[in-house]
Ligand binder design. Structure first.
Ligand SMILES: *Cc1c(COP(=O)(O)O)cnc(C)c1O
Length: 374
């Protein structure tokens, strides 16, 4: 079955008991069992699993082409549960440009658990090779990355990681399975903040891990989730499942709109650089063209006149709302350095855009009027 069909049907089968075409929302925290704790339909207690969550897990496993999936209360819960399951003393490598939460987790929390973190430019295959040779438990990729939209070669990096016995994990939040399927390119596990494109409407927090294999490590991660309890609430699972059904249709429009916005911004004098994998000539474009079906709805720009111009532009936009997060129907803009605060790693003149589903001419008109006023 093709991805568009899977998105509509996987996990969305009509309810056996009632024939309801839309999946029922099961809120029960506990499920009747026999006197000797014999399970009736496989469920016992919500933290360890419930039917609505299982539908979402099935949908995500199908969309990413994995053997099994786990859902979490947030993307960060998924990420930290995975990384904290590694044995103490493990070394991992993460991208130099990556989601701020991972950066903070790596700086403030993973060292306490005996996990040593190295930051690498994942475009530098020789550097990755050297890190793997020194003994690496896990290589973490994020492509395209936040906020510089750097692209790395999943297939080449999987080959290097596997040659040295390291696991390959990939944060696929920006691309979604519609544009990029890391497991098919050799990754062992895919992570999502389902808060973003999968939920798709800026109204539900969640995270997921999709595993290539349901092996002993996967079981260990599942056990950690069930015991430490970063469980996704059933209503959140239900909303995310609803988001999945329209994901391919939404992604098509996010991509089309973002390509137009990127092209427009690239032609504007106050804009020094546009970071968008779809722009030819940009580093990573050839890899993106090969490993992604399209280039996504996220982009960032760097203003020639730095932070002052970036803040003035962000303040003058009317359709793009100043807010963090991404992947919803509405277009958002964000001055990342302001959000990151004291230890900001984003360039001072950078603005990140999540291009939404408005008519693209209205978005271009808004950008035009804001740029004209600078
Ligand atoms: C938002 C995000 C996360 C974290 O997910 P939460 O749901 O906010 O916890 C991780 N990675 C990327 C790329 C993200 O955009």
């Amino acid at each position: 079955m093709r991805l568009e069909t899977l998105a509509v049907h996987a996990g969305g089968e009509p309810d056996e008991a009632t024939g309801a075409v839309v999946p029922p929302l099961h809120l029960a925290t506990t499920f009747r069992h026999g006197a000797g704790a014999e399970r009736v339909a496989g469920y016992e207690y919500q933290r360890e699993g419930n039917p609505t969550n299982d539908r979402l897990r099935a949908a995500l496993a199908a969309l990413e082409g994995g053997e099994t999936a786990l859902t979490f209360a947030s993307g960060m819960a998924a990420m930290s549960t995975l990384l904290e399951t590694l044995p103490p003393g493990s070394r991992i490598a993460i991208p130099d440009d990556c989601y701020t939460g991972l950066r903070i987790l790596a700086a403030e929390f993973l060292p306490d658990r005996g996990i040593v973190v190295e930051r690498l430019d994942m475009g530098d295959l020789a550097a990755v090779q050297a890190a793997c040779q020194a003994g690496l438990a896990l290589l973490w990729l994020e492509t395209p990355s936040n906020p510089l939209l750097k692209v790395c070669d999943i297939q080449a990096l999987a080959a290097i990681a596997h040659a040295h016995g390291a696991l390959l994990a990939c944060d696929n939040t920006f691309a979604t399975p519609v544009l990029q399927r890391p497991l098919a390119l050799g990754a062992d596990v895919v992570m999502h903040s389902t808060t973003k494109y999968l939920g798709g409407h800026s109204d539900v927090l969640g995270g997921a891990l999709v595993f290539a294999r349901d092996d002993a490590f996967t079981q260990r991660v599942a056990r950690r989730l069930h015991v430490t309890g970063a469980t996704l609430a059933p209503f959140s699972a239900w909303l995310t499942l609803r988001g999945c059904r329209s994901l391919p249709a939404r992604m098509a429009m996010h991509c089309a709109n973002a390509a137009r916005v990127a092209g427009f911004l690239a032609s504007q004098a106050p804009v020094e650089r546009v970071h968008y994998p779809g722009l030819p000539g940009r580093a990573g474009h050839a890899i993106a063209a090969r490993q992604m079906a399209d280039f996504g709805g996220m982009l960032s720009i760097e203003m020639r006149d730095g932070a002052e111009a970036a803040l003035a532009l962000a303040g003058a936009l009317q359709l793009f709302t100043n807010a963090t997060s991404l992947g919803g129907c509405e277009s958002l803009v964000e001055h990342r350095a302001s959000v990151e605060g004291a230890n900001a790693s984003s360039p001072a003149g950078l603005l990140r855009f999540s291009v939404g589903l408005e008519h693209v001419d209205d978005l271009l008109q808004d950008l035009s009027q804001a740029l004209d006023g600078l």
